[in-house]
Design a protein around this ligand. Structure first.
Ligand code: GTP
Length: 350
Protein backbone atom coordinates (compact mmCIF):
# COMPACT_ATOMS: atom_id res chain seq x y z
CA UNK A 1 0.00 0.00 0.00
CA UNK A 2 1.38 3.41 -0.87
CA UNK A 3 1.09 6.01 1.85
CA UNK A 4 0.05 9.45 0.71
CA UNK A 5 0.20 12.82 2.44
CA UNK A 6 -2.28 15.54 1.80
CA UNK A 7 -1.00 18.90 2.98
CA UNK A 8 -3.26 21.81 3.67
CA UNK A 9 -2.23 25.16 2.25
CA UNK A 10 -1.34 26.27 5.79
CA UNK A 11 0.98 23.32 6.34
CA UNK A 12 2.53 23.76 2.91
CA UNK A 13 3.34 27.39 3.67
CA UNK A 14 4.84 26.46 7.02
CA UNK A 15 7.01 23.77 5.48
CA UNK A 16 8.16 26.08 2.73
CA UNK A 17 9.25 28.62 5.32
CA UNK A 18 11.03 25.91 7.32
CA UNK A 19 12.92 24.71 4.27
CA UNK A 20 14.01 28.23 3.50
CA UNK A 21 15.17 28.77 7.06
CA UNK A 22 17.20 25.63 6.96
CA UNK A 23 18.64 26.65 3.64
CA UNK A 24 19.79 30.06 4.80
CA UNK A 25 22.97 29.75 6.89
CA UNK A 26 23.30 32.15 9.79
CA UNK A 27 26.45 34.14 10.33
CA UNK A 28 25.63 34.70 13.94
CA UNK A 29 27.62 32.72 16.46
CA UNK A 30 25.11 33.37 19.21
CA UNK A 31 22.23 32.16 17.17
CA UNK A 32 23.94 28.96 16.18
CA UNK A 33 25.07 28.15 19.69
CA UNK A 34 21.81 26.58 20.73
CA UNK A 35 20.86 24.89 17.51
CA UNK A 36 20.96 21.13 17.31
CA UNK A 37 24.35 19.90 16.16
CA UNK A 38 23.05 17.13 13.99
CA UNK A 39 21.37 18.27 10.78
CA UNK A 40 17.72 17.43 11.05
CA UNK A 41 15.97 15.31 8.52
CA UNK A 42 13.82 17.49 6.33
CA UNK A 43 10.14 16.75 6.15
CA UNK A 44 8.83 15.40 2.88
CA UNK A 45 8.03 18.32 0.60
CA UNK A 46 4.39 19.21 0.06
CA UNK A 47 3.42 17.73 -3.26
CA UNK A 48 1.43 20.68 -4.47
CA UNK A 49 3.78 23.42 -3.36
CA UNK A 50 6.62 24.52 -5.56
CA UNK A 51 9.61 24.99 -3.33
CA UNK A 52 12.13 27.41 -4.68
CA UNK A 53 15.37 27.60 -2.81
CA UNK A 54 16.86 30.02 -5.21
CA UNK A 55 19.59 32.46 -4.31
CA UNK A 56 16.91 35.11 -4.43
CA UNK A 57 15.58 33.85 -1.13
CA UNK A 58 18.89 33.52 0.63
CA UNK A 59 20.28 36.16 2.86
CA UNK A 60 23.14 38.05 1.33
CA UNK A 61 26.38 38.16 3.29
CA UNK A 62 26.31 41.94 3.44
CA UNK A 63 23.00 43.54 4.18
CA UNK A 64 22.55 47.18 3.46
CA UNK A 65 21.66 48.89 6.67
CA UNK A 66 23.08 51.56 8.91
CA UNK A 67 23.59 49.38 11.95
CA UNK A 68 24.48 45.83 11.12
CA UNK A 69 22.73 43.43 13.47
CA UNK A 70 24.68 41.71 16.21
CA UNK A 71 22.76 38.53 15.69
CA UNK A 72 19.65 36.84 14.45
CA UNK A 73 17.12 35.03 16.55
CA UNK A 74 14.51 32.52 15.47
CA UNK A 75 11.18 32.59 17.18
CA UNK A 76 8.11 30.41 16.79
CA UNK A 77 4.69 32.03 17.06
CA UNK A 78 1.90 29.62 17.85
CA UNK A 79 -1.55 29.42 19.36
CA UNK A 80 -5.16 28.59 18.66
CA UNK A 81 -6.88 29.36 15.40
CA UNK A 82 -7.97 32.97 15.34
CA UNK A 83 -5.93 33.97 18.41
CA UNK A 84 -4.34 36.70 16.31
CA UNK A 85 -0.95 35.27 15.33
CA UNK A 86 -1.04 36.66 11.80
CA UNK A 87 -2.34 39.98 13.07
CA UNK A 88 0.50 40.24 15.57
CA UNK A 89 3.06 39.56 12.88
CA UNK A 90 1.42 41.95 10.49
CA UNK A 91 1.82 44.65 13.14
CA UNK A 92 5.53 44.15 12.99
CA UNK A 93 7.32 46.30 10.53
CA UNK A 94 9.72 44.25 8.47
CA UNK A 95 13.06 45.45 7.24
CA UNK A 96 11.81 46.56 3.88
CA UNK A 97 15.17 48.07 2.98
CA UNK A 98 16.90 44.75 3.39
CA UNK A 99 16.93 42.65 0.33
CA UNK A 100 16.23 39.95 -0.36
CA UNK A 101 13.89 38.56 2.31
CA UNK A 102 15.08 35.43 4.09
CA UNK A 103 11.70 33.74 3.96
CA UNK A 104 9.01 33.67 1.37
CA UNK A 105 7.39 36.77 2.78
CA UNK A 106 7.06 39.42 0.17
CA UNK A 107 7.73 42.95 1.33
CA UNK A 108 5.76 44.33 -1.55
CA UNK A 109 2.58 43.35 0.18
CA UNK A 110 1.02 46.29 1.97
CA UNK A 111 -0.25 44.23 4.84
CA UNK A 112 3.29 43.53 5.97
CA UNK A 113 5.30 46.39 4.62
CA UNK A 114 3.39 49.06 6.50
CA UNK A 115 3.29 47.30 9.82
CA UNK A 116 -0.42 47.98 10.19
CA UNK A 117 -3.36 46.01 11.44
CA UNK A 118 -5.10 44.35 8.52
CA UNK A 119 -8.75 45.43 8.24
CA UNK A 120 -9.90 41.87 7.74
CA UNK A 121 -7.53 38.98 7.97
CA UNK A 122 -7.87 35.72 6.20
CA UNK A 123 -7.17 32.60 8.16
CA UNK A 124 -3.69 31.30 7.59
CA UNK A 125 -5.22 28.29 5.87
CA UNK A 126 -6.04 30.48 2.91
CA UNK A 127 -3.23 31.09 0.49
CA UNK A 128 -2.72 34.78 0.01
CA UNK A 129 -0.64 35.92 -2.88
CA UNK A 130 1.20 39.18 -3.07
CA UNK A 131 1.24 41.38 -6.16
CA UNK A 132 4.57 39.82 -7.04
CA UNK A 133 2.86 36.44 -7.13
CA UNK A 134 4.65 35.10 -4.06
CA UNK A 135 2.62 33.37 -1.38
CA UNK A 136 2.99 34.21 2.29
CA UNK A 137 4.69 31.85 4.65
CA UNK A 138 3.46 33.57 7.78
CA UNK A 139 7.02 34.56 8.55
CA UNK A 140 8.54 37.94 9.03
CA UNK A 141 11.69 39.55 10.27
CA UNK A 142 11.80 42.24 12.84
CA UNK A 143 14.72 44.33 14.10
CA UNK A 144 14.90 45.00 17.81
CA UNK A 145 17.35 47.05 19.81
CA UNK A 146 18.25 45.54 23.11
CA UNK A 147 19.67 47.50 25.99
CA UNK A 148 23.00 46.66 27.64
CA UNK A 149 21.28 45.06 30.63
CA UNK A 150 19.75 42.44 28.36
CA UNK A 151 22.65 41.96 25.99
CA UNK A 152 25.21 41.56 28.77
CA UNK A 153 27.37 44.04 26.89
CA UNK A 154 28.26 47.68 27.33
CA UNK A 155 26.60 48.72 24.07
CA UNK A 156 23.03 48.75 22.88
CA UNK A 157 22.80 46.06 20.25
CA UNK A 158 20.52 45.37 17.37
CA UNK A 159 19.15 41.92 16.71
CA UNK A 160 16.90 40.66 13.99
CA UNK A 161 14.10 38.37 14.99
CA UNK A 162 12.81 35.92 12.44
CA UNK A 163 9.31 34.93 13.44
CA UNK A 164 7.71 31.81 12.05
CA UNK A 165 3.99 31.23 12.48
CA UNK A 166 3.11 27.65 13.30
CA UNK A 167 -0.08 26.33 11.70
CA UNK A 168 -2.81 26.33 14.33
CA UNK A 169 -4.29 23.10 13.06
CA UNK A 170 -1.00 21.38 13.92
CA UNK A 171 -0.64 22.58 17.50
CA UNK A 172 -1.43 19.13 18.81
CA UNK A 173 0.81 17.35 16.31
CA UNK A 174 3.84 16.44 18.34
CA UNK A 175 6.24 15.50 15.54
CA UNK A 176 5.71 18.71 13.61
CA UNK A 177 5.84 20.79 16.76
CA UNK A 178 9.02 19.05 17.88
CA UNK A 179 10.59 19.82 14.55
CA UNK A 180 9.56 23.46 14.83
CA UNK A 181 11.03 23.63 18.34
CA UNK A 182 14.28 22.13 17.12
CA UNK A 183 14.89 24.89 14.59
CA UNK A 184 13.84 27.81 16.78
CA UNK A 185 15.17 29.39 19.95
CA UNK A 186 12.04 30.59 21.71
CA UNK A 187 8.29 30.66 21.36
CA UNK A 188 5.56 33.25 21.60
CA UNK A 189 2.40 31.37 22.58
CA UNK A 190 -0.66 33.45 21.81
CA UNK A 191 -4.19 33.14 23.12
CA UNK A 192 -7.29 35.24 22.66
CA UNK A 193 -8.37 36.93 25.89
CA UNK A 194 -11.96 36.54 24.64
CA UNK A 195 -11.64 32.76 24.32
CA UNK A 196 -11.19 30.41 27.24
CA UNK A 197 -10.64 27.60 24.73
CA UNK A 198 -7.69 29.32 23.15
CA UNK A 199 -6.28 29.91 26.66
CA UNK A 200 -6.58 26.19 27.43
CA UNK A 201 -4.85 25.30 24.19
CA UNK A 202 -2.07 27.81 24.87
CA UNK A 203 -1.48 26.30 28.31
CA UNK A 204 -1.28 22.83 26.78
CA UNK A 205 1.23 24.02 24.21
CA UNK A 206 3.37 25.74 26.85
CA UNK A 207 3.37 22.61 28.99
CA UNK A 208 4.39 20.51 26.02
CA UNK A 209 7.26 22.87 25.21
CA UNK A 210 8.53 23.02 28.78
CA UNK A 211 8.37 19.26 29.11
CA UNK A 212 10.17 18.86 25.80
CA UNK A 213 13.07 21.00 26.98
CA UNK A 214 13.05 20.04 30.62
CA UNK A 215 16.68 19.37 31.53
CA UNK A 216 15.54 17.38 34.56
CA UNK A 217 13.66 14.72 32.71
CA UNK A 218 16.02 13.29 30.13
CA UNK A 219 14.39 10.70 27.99
CA UNK A 220 15.06 9.13 24.62
CA UNK A 221 12.87 11.88 23.21
CA UNK A 222 14.37 14.94 24.79
CA UNK A 223 17.92 14.09 25.84
CA UNK A 224 19.24 16.18 22.94
CA UNK A 225 17.14 19.15 23.97
CA UNK A 226 18.80 20.26 27.15
CA UNK A 227 18.85 23.90 26.34
CA UNK A 228 16.76 26.65 27.77
CA UNK A 229 13.93 27.47 25.42
CA UNK A 230 12.19 30.65 26.59
CA UNK A 231 8.46 31.02 26.21
CA UNK A 232 6.40 34.20 26.36
CA UNK A 233 2.69 33.77 26.95
CA UNK A 234 0.71 36.46 25.15
CA UNK A 235 -2.95 37.28 25.70
CA UNK A 236 -4.03 39.08 22.54
CA UNK A 237 -7.11 41.27 21.92
CA UNK A 238 -7.21 42.94 25.32
CA UNK A 239 -8.90 45.86 23.56
CA UNK A 240 -11.95 43.62 23.26
CA UNK A 241 -12.83 43.91 26.94
CA UNK A 242 -16.57 43.39 26.43
CA UNK A 243 -16.04 39.79 25.36
CA UNK A 244 -13.19 38.98 27.70
CA UNK A 245 -13.22 35.42 29.03
CA UNK A 246 -9.71 35.27 30.48
CA UNK A 247 -8.59 37.89 32.97
CA UNK A 248 -5.05 39.17 33.06
CA UNK A 249 -4.69 37.69 36.54
CA UNK A 250 -5.64 34.26 35.22
CA UNK A 251 -3.03 34.59 32.51
CA UNK A 252 -0.39 35.68 34.96
CA UNK A 253 -1.31 32.96 37.43
CA UNK A 254 -1.14 30.25 34.76
CA UNK A 255 2.23 31.56 33.60
CA UNK A 256 3.53 31.52 37.16
CA UNK A 257 2.30 27.98 37.78
CA UNK A 258 3.86 26.68 34.58
CA UNK A 259 7.16 28.43 35.26
CA UNK A 260 6.80 30.85 32.37
CA UNK A 261 8.26 34.08 33.60
CA UNK A 262 6.94 36.40 30.88
CA UNK A 263 3.25 36.94 30.35
CA UNK A 264 1.90 39.92 28.48
CA UNK A 265 -1.43 41.21 27.28
CA UNK A 266 -1.35 42.96 23.94
CA UNK A 267 -3.62 44.18 21.19
CA UNK A 268 -2.69 43.56 17.61
CA UNK A 269 -5.59 45.83 16.72
CA UNK A 270 -4.25 48.90 18.51
CA UNK A 271 -0.64 47.79 18.40
CA UNK A 272 -0.25 48.17 22.15
CA UNK A 273 2.37 45.89 23.60
CA UNK A 274 3.33 44.22 20.31
CA UNK A 275 6.83 45.70 20.16
CA UNK A 276 7.28 44.67 23.79
CA UNK A 277 6.63 41.03 22.90
CA UNK A 278 9.56 41.00 20.51
CA UNK A 279 11.84 42.94 22.85
CA UNK A 280 10.99 40.55 25.64
CA UNK A 281 11.49 37.41 23.63
CA UNK A 282 14.78 38.79 22.27
CA UNK A 283 16.04 39.49 25.78
CA UNK A 284 14.89 36.07 26.90
CA UNK A 285 16.76 34.32 24.11
CA UNK A 286 19.97 36.16 24.92
CA UNK A 287 19.60 35.40 28.63
CA UNK A 288 18.95 31.75 27.81
CA UNK A 289 22.04 31.55 25.66
CA UNK A 290 24.17 33.04 28.38
CA UNK A 291 22.74 30.62 30.93
CA UNK A 292 23.27 27.66 28.63
CA UNK A 293 26.86 28.65 27.89
CA UNK A 294 27.69 29.28 31.53
CA UNK A 295 26.07 26.05 32.62
CA UNK A 296 28.08 24.14 30.04
CA UNK A 297 31.30 25.78 31.23
CA UNK A 298 30.50 25.07 34.85
CA UNK A 299 29.60 21.52 33.89
CA UNK A 300 32.93 21.07 32.14
CA UNK A 301 34.78 22.40 35.18
CA UNK A 302 32.81 20.06 37.41
CA UNK A 303 33.69 17.10 35.25
CA UNK A 304 37.34 18.07 35.22
CA UNK A 305 37.35 18.77 38.96
CA UNK A 306 35.35 15.68 39.81
CA UNK A 307 32.59 17.84 41.28
CA UNK A 308 29.76 15.44 40.73
CA UNK A 309 27.79 13.47 43.16
CA UNK A 310 25.54 10.59 42.32
CA UNK A 311 21.82 11.11 42.60
CA UNK A 312 19.84 8.11 41.55
CA UNK A 313 21.19 6.83 38.28
CA UNK A 314 22.51 10.01 36.81
CA UNK A 315 25.17 12.50 37.83
CA UNK A 316 24.01 15.89 39.03
CA UNK A 317 25.87 19.14 39.27
CA UNK A 318 26.99 20.38 42.64
CA UNK A 319 28.41 23.80 43.29
CA UNK A 320 31.77 23.82 44.94
CA UNK A 321 31.61 25.11 48.48
CA UNK A 322 27.99 26.25 48.20
CA UNK A 323 24.50 25.09 48.73
CA UNK A 324 22.52 26.78 45.98
CA UNK A 325 23.78 24.51 43.26
CA UNK A 326 22.67 21.40 45.15
CA UNK A 327 22.17 18.37 43.09
CA UNK A 328 19.11 16.41 43.90
CA UNK A 329 16.73 19.26 44.64
CA UNK A 330 14.16 20.07 42.02
CA UNK A 331 15.66 22.79 39.90
CA UNK A 332 19.14 22.20 38.58
CA UNK A 333 21.84 24.65 37.77
CA UNK A 334 20.76 25.58 34.28
CA UNK A 335 17.18 26.06 35.26
CA UNK A 336 18.00 28.18 38.31
CA UNK A 337 20.38 30.34 36.34
CA UNK A 338 17.63 31.19 33.95
CA UNK A 339 14.31 30.88 35.69
CA UNK A 340 15.00 32.84 38.83
CA UNK A 341 13.83 36.12 37.38
CA UNK A 342 10.64 38.08 37.57
CA UNK A 343 7.42 37.89 35.68
CA UNK A 344 6.79 40.59 33.08
CA UNK A 345 3.31 41.90 32.52
CA UNK A 346 1.76 44.67 30.48
CA UNK A 347 2.04 46.91 33.51
CA UNK A 348 5.69 46.08 34.01
CA UNK A 349 7.46 43.55 36.14
CA UNK A 350 5.31 41.87 38.77
N1 GTP B 1 -10.41 43.02 18.66
C1 GTP B 1 -9.30 42.45 18.18
N2 GTP B 1 -9.36 41.59 17.15
C2 GTP B 1 -8.23 41.04 16.71
C3 GTP B 1 -6.97 41.33 17.29
N3 GTP B 1 -6.03 40.60 16.67
C4 GTP B 1 -6.66 39.90 15.72
N4 GTP B 1 -7.99 40.15 15.75
C5 GTP B 1 -9.00 39.56 14.85
O1 GTP B 1 -9.03 38.15 15.11
C6 GTP B 1 -9.27 37.44 13.90
C7 GTP B 1 -8.20 36.36 13.72
O2 GTP B 1 -6.93 36.99 13.57
P1 GTP B 1 -5.72 36.26 12.85
O3 GTP B 1 -4.54 37.15 12.96
O4 GTP B 1 -6.11 35.80 11.49
O5 GTP B 1 -5.55 34.98 13.77
P2 GTP B 1 -4.59 33.74 13.55
O6 GTP B 1 -4.20 33.27 14.90
O7 GTP B 1 -3.48 34.08 12.63
O8 GTP B 1 -5.59 32.72 12.87
P3 GTP B 1 -5.26 31.43 12.00
O9 GTP B 1 -4.30 31.87 10.94
O10 GTP B 1 -6.59 31.04 11.46
O11 GTP B 1 -4.69 30.44 12.93
C8 GTP B 1 -9.28 38.47 12.78
O12 GTP B 1 -10.61 38.75 12.47
C9 GTP B 1 -8.63 39.69 13.39
O13 GTP B 1 -9.13 40.88 12.83
C10 GTP B 1 -6.93 42.27 18.38
O14 GTP B 1 -5.90 42.60 18.96
N5 GTP B 1 -8.13 42.78 18.78
Amino acid sequence: MVASFVWTAEEAKYLKAVLRWQDAPSSDDDATATRPREPRRRPPPPPQATIQLSSQNRRQPQEKEDHPPSGELRVLVLGAKGAGKSSLLSRVRPLSHLSPPICSLSYTDLKFSQGTFPPATQPTTATTTSPSGESHSGSCRHPIFLLPSTTGDSKKKKYIIHALEFPSNQSSSNPLLEQALAITEAAVVVYDTASADSFRLAKGVVEFILEHFNPLTPSPNNSANRRVYPVVLVGNKFDNDKEREVSEDEGREAAGKMGVRCMMEVSARTGEGVQGVFETIGAEVLAAKRATTTAREVGREMVQGGGYEKAGNRPQLVRQGGSAGGSNKKGGLLRRMFWGRKLHTRQGVA
